[in-house]
Write a protein of this length. Structure first.
Lengths: 162, 116
Protein backbone atom coordinates (compact mmCIF):
# COMPACT_ATOMS: atom_id res chain seq x y z
CA UNK A 1 0.00 0.00 0.00
CA UNK A 2 1.18 3.53 -0.67
CA UNK A 3 1.95 5.96 2.13
CA UNK A 4 -1.22 6.78 4.02
CA UNK A 5 -2.40 10.15 2.81
CA UNK A 6 -4.92 12.44 4.42
CA UNK A 7 -6.92 14.52 1.98
CA UNK A 8 -8.13 17.91 3.11
CA UNK A 9 -11.73 17.51 4.21
CA UNK A 10 -14.06 20.39 5.00
CA UNK A 11 -17.55 20.20 6.41
CA UNK A 12 -20.31 22.78 6.48
CA UNK A 13 -23.98 22.90 7.39
CA UNK A 14 -25.50 25.41 4.95
CA UNK A 15 -29.03 24.81 6.30
CA UNK A 16 -30.78 22.94 9.11
CA UNK A 17 -31.24 19.86 6.96
CA UNK A 18 -28.00 19.75 5.01
CA UNK A 19 -24.39 18.76 5.45
CA UNK A 20 -21.82 19.46 2.74
CA UNK A 21 -18.50 17.64 2.78
CA UNK A 22 -15.66 18.37 0.37
CA UNK A 23 -12.51 16.34 -0.06
CA UNK A 24 -9.58 16.97 -2.39
CA UNK A 25 -8.41 13.62 -3.76
CA UNK A 26 -5.14 13.00 -5.56
CA UNK A 27 -6.56 11.35 -8.70
CA UNK A 28 -8.42 12.31 -11.90
CA UNK A 29 -12.17 12.32 -11.56
CA UNK A 30 -12.87 9.38 -13.87
CA UNK A 31 -11.05 7.20 -11.32
CA UNK A 32 -12.97 8.75 -8.43
CA UNK A 33 -16.23 8.03 -10.22
CA UNK A 34 -15.14 4.48 -10.98
CA UNK A 35 -13.99 3.87 -7.40
CA UNK A 36 -17.39 4.99 -6.10
CA UNK A 37 -19.60 3.08 -8.51
CA UNK A 38 -17.95 -0.32 -9.14
CA UNK A 39 -18.42 -3.08 -6.52
CA UNK A 40 -14.88 -4.48 -6.83
CA UNK A 41 -13.52 -1.01 -6.07
CA UNK A 42 -16.06 0.05 -3.43
CA UNK A 43 -15.20 -3.09 -1.42
CA UNK A 44 -11.63 -1.91 -1.15
CA UNK A 45 -12.21 1.39 0.61
CA UNK A 46 -15.79 1.85 1.87
CA UNK A 47 -16.43 1.87 5.63
CA UNK A 48 -14.11 2.09 8.62
CA UNK A 49 -10.78 0.27 8.58
CA UNK A 50 -11.87 -2.61 10.81
CA UNK A 51 -14.87 -3.50 8.64
CA UNK A 52 -15.41 -5.65 5.54
CA UNK A 53 -18.17 -5.37 2.95
CA UNK A 54 -19.81 -8.80 2.78
CA UNK A 55 -22.41 -7.61 0.27
CA UNK A 56 -21.76 -4.96 -2.35
CA UNK A 57 -24.43 -4.71 -5.04
CA UNK A 58 -24.66 -1.83 -7.48
CA UNK A 59 -27.26 -1.50 -10.22
CA UNK A 60 -25.87 1.62 -11.82
CA UNK A 61 -28.81 3.15 -13.69
CA UNK A 62 -31.43 5.75 -12.74
CA UNK A 63 -33.92 3.94 -10.50
CA UNK A 64 -31.40 1.14 -9.90
CA UNK A 65 -30.75 -0.02 -6.33
CA UNK A 66 -27.51 -0.35 -4.41
CA UNK A 67 -26.90 -2.25 -1.20
CA UNK A 68 -23.85 -2.75 1.01
CA UNK A 69 -23.57 -4.89 4.12
CA UNK A 70 -20.70 -3.92 6.37
CA UNK A 71 -19.32 -6.41 8.89
CA UNK A 72 -17.31 -5.36 11.89
CA UNK A 73 -14.32 -7.72 11.90
CA UNK A 74 -14.04 -7.63 15.67
CA UNK A 75 -17.64 -7.93 16.83
CA UNK A 76 -19.14 -9.67 13.78
CA UNK A 77 -21.93 -7.11 13.77
CA UNK A 78 -23.46 -6.49 10.35
CA UNK A 79 -25.09 -3.28 9.17
CA UNK A 80 -26.92 -2.85 5.90
CA UNK A 81 -26.95 0.37 3.89
CA UNK A 82 -28.98 0.83 0.74
CA UNK A 83 -30.59 3.27 -1.62
CA UNK A 84 -31.56 4.08 -5.17
CA UNK A 85 -29.67 5.93 -7.89
CA UNK A 86 -31.41 9.00 -9.20
CA UNK A 87 -28.91 10.57 -11.61
CA UNK A 88 -25.75 9.14 -13.11
CA UNK A 89 -23.52 11.46 -15.13
CA UNK A 90 -20.01 10.03 -15.40
CA UNK A 91 -17.53 11.27 -14.45
CA UNK A 92 -18.91 14.38 -12.81
CA UNK A 93 -22.16 13.80 -10.93
CA UNK A 94 -23.98 11.12 -9.01
CA UNK A 95 -27.28 11.51 -7.16
CA UNK A 96 -28.65 8.74 -4.96
CA UNK A 97 -30.57 8.05 -1.79
CA UNK A 98 -28.83 6.41 1.14
CA UNK A 99 -30.12 4.94 4.37
CA UNK A 100 -29.08 2.70 7.20
CA UNK A 101 -31.37 -0.34 7.21
CA UNK A 102 -31.42 -0.28 11.01
CA UNK A 103 -33.48 2.91 10.87
CA UNK A 104 -35.91 2.70 7.92
CA UNK A 105 -37.61 5.85 6.70
CA UNK A 106 -34.72 8.13 7.61
CA UNK A 107 -32.87 7.96 4.32
CA UNK A 108 -31.29 11.06 2.85
CA UNK A 109 -30.37 12.31 -0.61
CA UNK A 110 -26.71 12.48 -1.60
CA UNK A 111 -25.54 14.66 -4.48
CA UNK A 112 -21.91 13.94 -5.26
CA UNK A 113 -20.05 16.12 -7.74
CA UNK A 114 -16.51 15.66 -8.97
CA UNK A 115 -14.46 18.58 -10.27
CA UNK A 116 -10.99 17.99 -11.66
CA UNK A 117 -8.09 20.43 -11.62
CA UNK A 118 -4.40 19.67 -12.23
CA UNK A 119 -5.00 15.95 -11.87
CA UNK A 120 -6.75 16.32 -8.49
CA UNK A 121 -10.44 15.92 -7.88
CA UNK A 122 -12.61 17.88 -5.49
CA UNK A 123 -15.38 15.55 -4.38
CA UNK A 124 -18.33 17.45 -2.94
CA UNK A 125 -21.02 15.42 -1.20
CA UNK A 126 -24.23 17.25 -0.32
CA UNK A 127 -26.36 15.29 2.14
CA UNK A 128 -29.98 16.43 2.33
CA UNK A 129 -32.02 15.08 5.23
CA UNK A 130 -35.76 14.96 5.73
CA UNK A 131 -35.52 16.76 9.07
CA UNK A 132 -33.06 18.48 11.37
CA UNK A 133 -33.43 15.51 13.77
CA UNK A 134 -32.34 13.11 11.03
CA UNK A 135 -29.31 15.22 10.28
CA UNK A 136 -28.27 15.52 13.91
CA UNK A 137 -28.87 11.82 14.46
CA UNK A 138 -26.64 10.94 11.55
CA UNK A 139 -23.89 13.30 12.61
CA UNK A 140 -24.14 11.75 16.08
CA UNK A 141 -23.73 8.22 14.73
CA UNK A 142 -20.75 9.42 12.71
CA UNK A 143 -19.28 10.83 15.86
CA UNK A 144 -19.67 7.53 17.67
CA UNK A 145 -17.86 5.83 14.80
CA UNK A 146 -15.10 8.37 15.04
CA UNK A 147 -14.85 7.84 18.77
CA UNK A 148 -14.61 4.08 18.31
CA UNK A 149 -11.85 4.56 15.78
CA UNK A 150 -10.03 6.82 18.17
CA UNK A 151 -10.22 4.21 20.91
CA UNK A 152 -9.03 1.57 18.46
CA UNK A 153 -6.01 3.66 17.61
CA UNK A 154 -5.36 4.33 21.26
CA UNK A 155 -5.50 0.59 21.85
CA UNK A 156 -3.01 -0.07 19.07
CA UNK A 157 -0.73 2.58 20.36
CA UNK A 158 -0.88 1.23 23.90
CA UNK A 159 -0.13 -2.29 22.62
CA UNK A 160 2.86 -0.95 20.73
CA UNK A 161 4.40 0.81 23.68
CA UNK A 162 3.55 -1.89 26.25
CA UNK B 1 -21.13 16.75 27.63
CA UNK B 2 -24.37 14.77 27.35
CA UNK B 3 -26.07 14.47 23.98
CA UNK B 4 -29.20 15.88 25.62
CA UNK B 5 -27.35 19.11 26.24
CA UNK B 6 -26.33 19.08 22.56
CA UNK B 7 -29.97 18.63 21.54
CA UNK B 8 -30.92 21.62 23.66
CA UNK B 9 -28.15 23.68 22.06
CA UNK B 10 -29.15 22.58 18.56
CA UNK B 11 -32.82 23.33 19.23
CA UNK B 12 -31.81 26.79 20.41
CA UNK B 13 -29.71 27.30 17.28
CA UNK B 14 -32.40 25.99 14.95
CA UNK B 15 -34.08 29.40 14.68
CA UNK B 16 -32.76 32.18 12.43
CA UNK B 17 -33.83 34.96 14.82
CA UNK B 18 -32.00 33.34 17.73
CA UNK B 19 -28.90 32.89 15.59
CA UNK B 20 -29.08 36.56 14.67
CA UNK B 21 -29.42 37.48 18.36
CA UNK B 22 -26.34 35.34 19.12
CA UNK B 23 -24.41 37.00 16.30
CA UNK B 24 -25.30 40.37 17.80
CA UNK B 25 -24.28 39.51 21.37
CA UNK B 26 -21.08 37.93 20.00
CA UNK B 27 -20.03 41.47 19.13
CA UNK B 28 -20.61 42.68 22.66
CA UNK B 29 -23.20 42.98 25.39
CA UNK B 30 -26.60 44.23 24.34
CA UNK B 31 -29.81 45.13 26.12
CA UNK B 32 -33.15 43.63 25.20
CA UNK B 33 -34.07 46.98 23.63
CA UNK B 34 -30.93 46.95 21.52
CA UNK B 35 -31.66 43.41 20.42
CA UNK B 36 -35.24 44.19 19.47
CA UNK B 37 -34.27 47.16 17.30
CA UNK B 38 -32.64 45.62 14.20
CA UNK B 39 -35.04 42.68 14.07
CA UNK B 40 -38.20 44.81 14.35
CA UNK B 41 -39.39 42.46 17.07
CA UNK B 42 -41.70 43.13 19.97
CA UNK B 43 -40.03 42.99 23.37
CA UNK B 44 -41.98 39.92 24.57
CA UNK B 45 -40.86 38.08 21.41
CA UNK B 46 -37.23 38.95 22.11
CA UNK B 47 -37.68 37.87 25.73
CA UNK B 48 -39.10 34.54 24.58
CA UNK B 49 -36.09 33.90 22.33
CA UNK B 50 -33.71 35.00 25.07
CA UNK B 51 -35.30 32.56 27.45
CA UNK B 52 -34.55 29.68 25.05
CA UNK B 53 -30.96 30.90 24.62
CA UNK B 54 -30.53 31.28 28.39
CA UNK B 55 -31.87 27.78 29.05
CA UNK B 56 -29.39 26.43 26.51
CA UNK B 57 -26.65 28.27 28.38
CA UNK B 58 -25.77 30.30 25.29
CA UNK B 59 -26.59 33.67 26.80
CA UNK B 60 -26.47 35.10 30.29
CA UNK B 61 -28.17 38.26 31.45
CA UNK B 62 -26.63 40.64 33.93
CA UNK B 63 -28.46 41.15 37.21
CA UNK B 64 -27.28 44.65 37.79
CA UNK B 65 -29.08 47.57 36.20
CA UNK B 66 -32.67 47.41 35.12
CA UNK B 67 -31.80 46.86 31.42
CA UNK B 68 -29.96 43.63 32.23
CA UNK B 69 -27.43 43.40 29.40
CA UNK B 70 -27.19 40.06 27.51
CA UNK B 71 -23.85 38.39 27.04
CA UNK B 72 -22.74 35.45 24.87
CA UNK B 73 -21.60 32.28 26.65
CA UNK B 74 -19.39 30.48 24.12
CA UNK B 75 -19.00 27.10 25.90
CA UNK B 76 -22.03 25.32 24.33
CA UNK B 77 -20.98 26.58 20.89
CA UNK B 78 -17.58 25.04 21.45
CA UNK B 79 -19.28 21.72 22.25
CA UNK B 80 -21.18 21.91 18.97
CA UNK B 81 -17.97 22.75 17.12
CA UNK B 82 -16.15 19.79 18.75
CA UNK B 83 -19.00 17.50 17.86
CA UNK B 84 -18.95 18.60 14.23
CA UNK B 85 -15.15 18.33 14.15
CA UNK B 86 -15.37 14.71 15.26
CA UNK B 87 -17.76 13.98 12.40
CA UNK B 88 -15.42 15.76 9.99
CA UNK B 89 -12.50 13.62 11.15
CA UNK B 90 -14.61 10.56 10.51
CA UNK B 91 -15.08 11.73 6.93
CA UNK B 92 -11.41 12.55 6.70
CA UNK B 93 -10.64 8.94 7.44
CA UNK B 94 -13.12 7.66 4.86
CA UNK B 95 -11.77 10.01 2.24
CA UNK B 96 -8.23 9.01 3.24
CA UNK B 97 -9.06 5.39 2.48
CA UNK B 98 -10.57 6.36 -0.86
CA UNK B 99 -7.53 8.46 -1.68
CA UNK B 100 -5.16 5.60 -0.77
CA UNK B 101 -7.11 3.28 -3.01
CA UNK B 102 -7.14 5.81 -5.85
CA UNK B 103 -3.34 5.72 -5.80
CA UNK B 104 -3.56 1.97 -6.46
CA UNK B 105 -5.97 2.56 -9.36
CA UNK B 106 -3.77 5.31 -10.77
CA UNK B 107 -0.72 3.04 -10.71
CA UNK B 108 -2.67 0.25 -12.42
CA UNK B 109 -3.90 2.62 -15.10
CA UNK B 110 -0.35 3.74 -15.82
CA UNK B 111 0.81 0.14 -16.08
CA UNK B 112 -1.93 -0.65 -18.62
CA UNK B 113 -1.14 2.49 -20.61
CA UNK B 114 2.49 1.38 -20.92
CA UNK B 115 1.47 -2.06 -22.21
CA UNK B 116 -0.62 -0.56 -25.04
Amino acid sequence: MPVKSKPVVTLSMPSDREVVITAVLDAPRHLVFEAATTPEHVKRWWGPRRTTLTVCEIDLRPGGAWRYVMRDNETGREDGFSGVYREITPPERLVYTEGWEGLPGHDYLVTATMEEKDGKTTLTSRLQYKSVEDRDGHVNSGMEGGMRETYDRLGEHLAAIA
Amino acid sequence: MSSDQLSVTFAALADPTRRAILARVAQGEATVMELAGPFKLKLPTVSKHLKVLRQAGLVTQGRQAQWRPCRLEPAPLKDVADWVENYRENWEERMGQLDDYLQVLKAEEKKHARKK
